[in-house]
Design a protein around this ligand. Sequence first.
Ligand SMILES: [Zn+2]
Ligand SMILES: [Zn+2]
Length: 127
Amino acid sequence: MFKGSCLCGSVTFRVTGNLTPPSACHCGQCRKQSGHFWSATNANDADFELITSDSLRWFSASDIAKRGFCSDCGSFLLWKRTGSERISISMGSFDDPTRQTLARHIFVADKGDYYQITDSIAQLETS
Ligand SMILES: [Zn+2]
Ligand SMILES: [Zn+2]
């Protein structure tokens, strides 16, 4: 079981199933919302449970997905593709070590110009 929360602790969740190897997303939307690139794992909806979520808000930056964040502290926590049965969860929101390893960079064509990707994992132009 994996537990996580936003910075202020108003939004808390747990994941009971497996996490997928995380991706680091360099798209413009993730960079705007997170302040840098955004690393996230995926879980099945059936394995994901919000424990407390009064301050959770969803923002749709496009038609294809919505982005969940805490309206009290601003933490960017969740990304949900419309119609998908999976949810993306911010790696930074987990309370304890997850024993996951970053697997790939995605949307590197949109990355910021102020940093280099210097590790040896895959770099995908889109997703
Ligand atoms: Zn919060
Ligand atoms: Zn992104």
